[in-house]
Design a binder for this molecule. Sequence first.
Ligand code: GRF
Length: 200
Amino acid sequence: MSSGDKLRIGVLGSGKGSNLDAIFRAIHDRPIFAEVKVVLSDVRNAGILDIGRSHHVHSKYVYPGESRARLDEASERNLVNALQQEHVDLVVLAGFMRIVGPVLLAAYPRRIINIHPSLLPKYPGLRAWEQAWQAGEAVSGCTVHYVDSGIDTGEIIAQAEVDVLSGDTAETLHARIQEAEHVLYPDVIEYLARERPFAG
Ligand code: GRF
């Protein structure tokens, strides 16, 4: 197959970018027939932008608007423009801390995925690992799902379980959930690059 057939990925994130780093490593090592074409962040100095740049991928800050939780319409259009310029097939949210709105959803129907640090539908929202730990769960984990207009409510694609150990703090549990994320997210991207369930 020519490189033109690779799944073209755009990544949105707000944080340190450890999931993006795992995705880059898996694309290179396995290999996965996919290519990260652009990295976008609503946080000017986010580590995820440095990770994108270190892999020579166009990585840029996009002004998100005034609301803390959402993107305003103009900034959503800016994101969509940046993704469309790179002919992105799949939008990967990797620690993107804003609610995705109607402009982005309409531009990429069933083509936006997210990773969440709990076994959804349990514990949507912020600090999900802490919610699971405080509730005394014996098992937690992470979920990759399609993004819809709700908060962590879209159709589930895959999950990985992580045992909660007796000596765990919320932080040690979170660290092991993140290790599981770094396997699960590349696995799902490999599956989507192979199966293209959204093609057509
Ligand atoms: C991950 O733990 C993910 O579950 C959540 O945000 C975090 C992002 O971490 N959605 P990183 O920026 O990929 O290191």
